[in-house]
Design a protein around this ligand. Structure first.
Ligand code: HEM
Length: 447
């Protein structure tokens, strides 16, 4: 037995139960289907029927224990890193991000990489990136058609990809930007089914086979990324993340080798591109349906303030979390949520259930950015970026980018809902996205 997890409400009469908690008895594929098609409804139904901790059986993880109590999520986030791993559950990403990616590393190597990467995400650095983010947004706004329904998400994806290219990788020259942009958008556009097929069958079975298709896309992106790394080693610049990562040294004076740098660049691309774009699409999806909040956001923009814009972003990430849950894999038996859970179990902190629970939030389904102006949320009730030593490395980066994009877009365009009814959510790749991509009608700002 490794640790005793902190818990708000210990199991009945202090008894610790053995094994996995109960859960739906549907066949595994049906559980996976329900989780995929209507994730929020399915999770809430499970919570109602089985309580705050339940087991869902779904591929590729098998039996997964869901935690819907903030105290249990905290225990999983802050538990001993030698016991609460993530590498095992994120292995399907390995063929793309590589084994030296922060997403897959655990324990000492994870901490070492994280320490080397942290300085690039400091507040002062982020402020330095704002002007570039604003320029990129201003250019993309011109590509949004006027006066007819348009899905904002593809435009948001174009912005967040460009931010990664210019701010993270630091490529500015037009002749190198175009091929890199094309190669990286093919990489991020890889269908998860192709990825799974390629990781299950990592052999070249001839033209058109998943592995050959996947390798062609990967090799093209890798060649350009290694070229960028080599160029930056020859010509250091210092104002982008890659330059900072190249200079970073651990206590023993060692830096990241080329393979690690490549893996971390792809990690930042994959972790930061679609997530932020989807967060923005949801933010506008909510804002256009709440004219009072929209008017207040506009007033913030006009006054050069950002407190309300930040509250809008936080409330959107609460109500429509882009990542619905985060997993940890138990390397040893652990006492958690009043149970003794066996080793080799995946536990999932259910971001969506916690952030939409009326136990922790007043009127949880209402869009009320003001709640973030008046008070701080209770610990571990607002967790769109996960928590503990694995909390999203790019959380401040994402919040800054979302605020800048919102400000620049509202400054130039009036946005109206394309239809009155709210958009449903669906799971695409790993994110929870608005089904119509955040559809709006854009008009030039009056006056
Ligand atoms: C709205 C946008 C974003 C959301 C909702 C989001 C959410 C998350 C979540 C839930 C995790 C897992 C945390 C955990 O396991 O506890 C994560 C990890 C991570 N994110 Fe983000 N993310 C966003 C944007 C970004 C951006 C812009 C970057 C970088 C430029 C980034 C880089 C990372 C990295 C490197 C990790 C792995 C951290 C580790 O394992 O130590 N993310 N993110």
């Amino acid at each position: 037995m490794a640790t005793v997890a902190e818990r708000e409400a210990p199991a009945a009469a202090g008894a610790v139960l053995e094994g996995l908690p109960p859960g739906p008895r549907l066949p595994g594929p049906l559980q996976a289907l329900r989780l995929f098609v209507r994730p929020l409804a399915f999770l809430r139904e499970c919570e109602r029927r089985y309580g705050r901790t339940f087991t869902i059986n779904f591929a590729p993880y098998g039996r997964v224990v869901y935690l819907t109590d903030p105290a249990d999520a905290r225990a999983a986030f802050t538990g001993d890193g030698a016991i609460f791993h993530t590498g095992e559950v994120r292995q399907p990403l390995a063929p793309v991000v590589g084994q030296r990616s922060l997403l897959l590393l655990d324990e000492n190597e994870h901490l070492r990489h994280r320490r080397l990467m942290l300085p690039s995400f400091h507040g002062e650095r982020l402020r330095g990136y704002e002007a570039e983010m604003a320029r990129i947004t201003a250019a993309e706004v011109e590509a949004i058609p006027l006066g007819r329904p348009v899905a904002l998400r593809p435009h948001m994806q174009a912005i967040t990809l460009e931010v990664i290219l210019r701010v993270v990788i630091g490529t500015r020259e037009r002749e190198r930007l175009a091929p890199l942009r094309a190669a990286l958008s093919r990489l991020t556009g890889l269908h998860p089914a192709l990825l799974l097929a390629a990781s299950w069958l990592p052999h070249d079975l001839g033209p058109g086979s998943p592995w050959r298709t996947f390798k062609r896309i990967l090799d093209a992106a890798d060649a350009l990324l290694y070229e960028e790394i080599a160029r930056r080693r020859r010509e250091p610049r210092g104002d982008d993340m890659l330059s900072l990562l190249l200079e970073a040294r651990d206590e023993e004076g060692h830096g990241l080798d080329d393979r690690s740098l490549r893996d971390e660049l792809v990690t930042l691309l994959l972790a930061g591109h679609e997530t932020t774009a989807t967060g923005l699409a949801w933010t506008f999806e909510r804002l256009v349906r709440h004219p009072r909040a929209m008017a207040r956001a506009r007033a913030d923009v006009e006054a050069g303030e950002h407190a309300y814009l930040d509250a809008v972003v936080k409330e959107s990430l609460r109500l429509r979390p882009v990542v619905l849950e985060v997993a940890r894999y138990l390397t040893q038996p652990v006492e958690l949520a009043g149970r003794r859970l066996p080793a080799n179990t995946a536990v999932m902190s259910s971001i969506a259930t916690i952030q939409l629970s009326d136990r922790h939030w007043d009127e949880p389904t209402a869009f009320r950015p003001e709640r973030f102006l008046d008070a701080q949320p209770e610990p571990y009730t607002w967790i769109p970026f996960g928590g503990g030593v694995r909390r999203c490395l790019g959380a401040s980066f994402a919040l800054t980018e979302m605020r800048v994009v919102m400000r620049e877009l509202l400054r130039r365009r009036e946005l109206l809902p394309a239809r009155p009814e709210p958009e449903r959510g669906r799971v695409t790749h790993v994110t929870f996205t608005p089904a119509r991509g955040g559809e709006v009608v854009a008009r030039p700002v009056a006056g």
